[in-house]
Each structure stands twice: as structure tokens, then as C-alpha cells.
Design a protein around this ligand. Structure first.
Ligand code: AHR
Length: 520
């Protein structure tokens, strides 16, 4: 085994690794000859809600701002997001979606009404960002739009008219209104959600009530023929599969997917804190263990869909996921601002592997949220911006967008155990990228022990691997405006020695490499 090229950072962690005796060798067998379902690019989707500085300040500064922007959207944040190849953005909520009235956000800015954002801090919502502004953002990003309609406090007519305004051509008066507001061509809206969390902030309904509402909405809300808009029902959360069960069995009207939400909590520490940083190993492993529950939740929901939708028409849309901690000290109540550490990057990577494993049903997800809110990619402060460890995880996994999943078998995988909690130390996922390369992603969850991973492809060994590694000295390592690169990816490469390719994973590390298989 020989590491041939390495950055200073990776060389440092490898040196620490070299002194660790007696590591068990984990085997990873990639079955490249048996490609599975496509991993939709939409699995790497984002969520931007009218919440805190998630939009106002973090993304939107307005055209008159001194912060460099294009038609109001900040250039620095948009450029960084473009590097993630953001495939889809969900907007305007979340809970906010069910209090949003789309006509408030069209026409001359000065004439738009000011409303109170009662879900999130009771702040003034001046509707500076509305339909046209959001659709310009996704255009700047090169992403698709996932617009979430208001079922809770809106009406069937209001939602039907919004979809017509968005997608209609011809002589429709709503299309003419859209044109008069600057966009003659119909918009491309890839996804449209009918309400959000109807069991909670979206109206406190039972699934039976929601299904009956859905039927009514689906009867009247139509995208223009040929627009291809897919409709997503608001579904359940956590371990409750009853929404997926009932909706996939009984709901009537066009439905292309059912949403599902699950947030990862670290559990309270001895001081009752759910801290984003400053946690000990018990909160590390608990967080990772909690996030791994996503596997069981998806399996449970998919089983319900498989029972009622034998043709696999419905997608399971995990359109809210990620970590939820105590709000950052000093941050405004209701703004859900939190720091983001190496632990969050691990959470992201473990979830990616789960989504890949269920690629046939999980055809879209959106992490909560894109900027400044919960498990964000980017944090801003005035004109400053910092990329989080989660951002780096998303960037490392770009090759998995629209890749063909490939089965991976792990052997001799040690358990990582701490304080009575236990999980397999190594998680793996593989895919054949659009570029034809074979990609392997590995996560070593153990913060105290490295792992050696022997890789073979179709039983024929592998020659080399190269890509990137994300790790840091501390479990809660994070990036700040003062130290923006404390956690950042470094190059990672290895070559076979004696016909065997072994990757040395440091403790608490994520590695994504392209693997060159041995010629049979
Ligand atoms: O992402 C924050 C909130 O969490 C969303 O608005 C809501 O849907 C969920 O409860």
C-alpha cells in the first residue's frame, strides 16, 4: 500500500494514522458491472425559505445594495452555490409557504404590501422577493424551481391562478399579467408542492382531511399542457408512515411525489444544550446515530409506496432534512441560525449514502436550508460570506448527481461504539458518474480511530484512486469569518501496491475518490 500524492493536511493526518497499530482492514467490493438506479441530481437539492436571513441578507440584498449583486441577488453567494451545481431550490417555505399569498410578491416593489412573518420571528415581510425574483435566482444558479403552494391559508382559486400565472401561454389574462411584469414566456416550474407539513404549521390536519383537500386542489390546479410540472403532496415526518400510506393508497388527482421531513437532533447534553459546537463525543455519536435513522424511515415509507404504487410512479421527496440545534447565542429568536461543523458534514455524507441506496424512490431532497438557516451551505454577515463544512461535503459529492448507483459490499467493518451507542465505523457508496468514471465515497464515523479500506472492483482489484478528503483535528471544527478555511477539502490519492489498493481513512473523515479499476 502506497500513498503517492497528498496535500500537507492529508499528509498530517496520515502521519498521525501511521502510528496507530493493529487496524482491522475493511473490505469494499464495488460491483461496477451491476449498475442500479440513477441517483437523480435532485437528491442534492436546496431549500430557501423566508426565514431569518435565509433569503433577505443572505441571498437577496436588493439592486441598490453596496454588496455586489445581480438584480438584487448577491454575486458572492450565487457564485459559490453555482460550484455546487445546485439542481433545484424549494421556495418560499416551509411553514412560510402556507401563509404566503403570491399576489403580494408581483408588480412594482414599492406597491407590494408589508406582512408579518408570524412563523419566523414576527418580522416585517416586505415581499421584495416574489415570484419573478425567485425565478431569476434559480436562473442565475442554473437550477430548477420547486415552488411550494399555500394550502393552509390560501384557496384553491389562488393556487390555481398562481400555477396558471407561472406556466400559461396564449391569451390567458394571467399570462398577460406575467408579461406586463417582465416575463412574457411561461416559466419552467419543475415541481410544485401542494401545502407543507399539513399535520402541523400547514393547518393541523389529519391525513384524511389533507387527502380530501388534496383532491380538491388537484382538481383545479393545472400546469399548462407540456410544462412538465410535477406535483408533490405534503407528507409525514420522522417514524410516522401513515401519511405516505394513506396518500399513496387513497389520494386522488395528479400526484408525482409525497414529501417527507426528518431533522437530526444531537440530544441534550448534561447542561441541557443541543449545541452546534462545544459538544463531546457522546453528542457526536448520538447525532450520527440519530441521522442514520433516516435509513429506517425511508425504508418504512418506501414499503408503503411499494404496496400501493406498484409501478413506481410516486417519488419520496425528502424536502426537509438536516441538523437542528440550539440557536446561536445572540442570534434573533425565530431565525434558526446555527454554526456548522465537521459533524454536520458527516451528517450530510451519511444521508447522501442513504439517499443513493434508495435512488429508485428518493428522487428529490432539499436540505434545510441553503443559506444562514439550520444546516446551511453558506453563512453570511453583512458583506462577508463563509463556506461551511456541509458546503464542502455537497461539493465533494457533485459527481454523484445523475450518476448510476452501483452496489457496494462492506466486509470486516468494525463497530464504532461510545457510551452504549454503536454503529458501523465505515459507510460507503459508489456510482458510475456521467463522465464514465467510477466514484467511491467513504465515511469514517469514528472520531478516535483511523480505518484501512481495501478496494476491489468486480473482484479484480483496483489500480488507483484520487479525489478529496474532508477532516479536521476537532469534532466540532468549523469555519468562521476570521478562520474561513479551518475545515476544507484536501487532495487525496492512493495507488495499489502488490496488486492491492488500500485507502487509509483518518479518524472522522469523508473521502470521495474516482477509482481506476484493474483491467481484468
Ligand atoms: O426548515 C424550518 C421549518 O421546519 C420549516 O419551515 C417547516 O416546514 C419545518 O417544520
Amino acid at each position: 500500500m502506497k500513498i503517492v500524492r497528498m496535500s500537507a493536511l492529508a499528509a498530517g493526518v496520515m502521519a498521525a494514522f501511521a502510528s496507530m497499530p493493529g487496524l482491522a482492514e475493511v473490505s469494499v467490493s464495488i460491483e461496477a458491472a451491476k449498475p442500479g438506479p440513477l441517483i437523480s441530481k435532485y437528491v442534492y437539492g436546496q431549500f430557501a425559505e423566508h426565514l431569518g436571513t435565509g433569503i433577505y441578507g443572505g441571498l437577496w440584498v436588493g439592486p441598490e445594495s453596496a454588496i455586489p449583486n445581480t438584480h438584487g441577488w448577491r454575486n458572492d453567494v450565487v457564485a459559490a452555490l453555482k460550484d455546487l451545481h445546485v439542481p433545484v431550490v424549494r421556495w418560499p417555505g416551509g411553514c412560510f409557504a402556507d401563509q404566503y399569498h403570491w399576489r403580494d410578491g408581483i408588480g412594482a416593489q414599492a406597491q407590494r404590501p408589508v406582512r408579518i412573518n408570524s412563523n419566523w420571528g414576527g418580522v416585517d415581510e416586505d415581499n421584495a422577493v416574489g415570484t419573478h425574483e425567485f425565478l431569476e435566482l434559480v436562473e442565475q444558479l442554473g437550477a430548477d424551481a420547486y415552488i411550494n403552494g399555500n394550502l393552509g391559508s390560501g384557496s384553491v382559486q389562488e393556487m390555481a391562478e398562481w400555477v396558471e400565472y407561472l406556466t400559461a401561454g396564449g391569451k390567458s389574462s394571467l399570462a398577460a399579467l406575467r408579461a406586463s411584469n417582465g416575463h412574457p414566456a411561461p416559466y419552467n416550474v419543475a415541481f410544485f408542492g401542494i401545502g407543507n407539513e399539513a399535520w402541523g404549521c400547514g393547518g393541523n390536519m389529519t391525513v384524511e382531511q389533507y387527502a380530501s383537500e388534496y383532491k380538491r386542489y388537484a382538481s383545479f390546479v393545472h400546469a399548462a399542457p407540456g410544462s412538465g410540472t410535477q406535483f408533490i403532496a405534503a407528507g409525514g415526518h420522522d417514524d410516522d408512515t401513515s401519511w405516505t400510506d394513506y396518500l399513496s393508497a387513497k389520494a386522488q388527482g395528479r400526484m408525482d411525489g409525497i414529501s417527507f421531513h426528518y431533522y437530526t437532533s444531537p440530544g441534550a447534553d448534561s447542561k441541557g444544550k443541543y449545541g452546534a459546537t462545544g459538544f463531546d463525543e457522546s453528542r457526536w455519536i448520538w447525532t450520527l446515530q440519530q441521522t442514520r435513522r433516516m435509513e429506517g424511515f425511508i425504508t418504512g415509507n418506501v414499503a408503503r409506496m411499494d404496496q400501493h404504487d406498484k409501478q413506481n410512479k410516486l417519488a419520496l421527496v425528502v424536502d426537509e432534512w438536516g441538523t437542528w440545534y440550539d440557536a446561536e447565542e445572540g442570534s434573533r429568536s425565530g431565525f434558526l441560525a446555527q454554526q456548522n461543523s465537521l459533524r454536520d458534514a458527516m451528517v450530510a455524507a451519511l444521508n447522501f449514502h442513504i439517499f443513493h441506496a434508495h435512488a429508485d424512490r428518493v428522487r428529490m431532497t432539499s436540505i434545510a436550508q441553503m443559506v444562514n438557516v439550520l444546516q446551511a451551505m453558506i453563512r453570511t454577515d453583512g458583506g462577508r460570506m463563509v463556506l461551511t463544512p456541509t458546503y464542502h461535503a455537497f461539493k465533494m459529492y457533485v459527481p454523484f448527481q445523475d450518476a448510476s448507483s452501483v452496489p457496494v459490499r462492506l466486509g470486516n467493518n468494525p463497530q464504532y461504539t461510545h457510551g452504549g451507542v454503536s454503529m458501523p465505523a465505515v459507510s460507503a457508496s459508489a456510482a458510475r458518474g456521467k463522465d464514465g468514471k467510477l466514484y467511491l465515497a467513504l465515511v469514517n464515523t469514528n472520531p478516535g480511530e483511523a480505518a484501512e479500506v481495501a478496494v476491489d472492483v468486480d473482484g479484480a482489484g483496483a489500480v488507483s484512486a484520487s479525489g478529496t478528503i474532508l477532516t479536521a483535528a476537532a469534532m466540532d471544527a468549523h469555519n468562521t469569518f476570521a478562520a474561513p478555511d479551518a475545515v476544507r477539502p484536501a487532495p487525496f490519492a492512493a495507488s495499489a501496491s502488490g496488486g492491492k489498493l488500500v485507502l487509509k481513512l483518518p479518524a472522522k473523515a469523508i473521502v470521495v475518490v474516482s477509482v481506476q479499476a484493474a483491467t481484468p
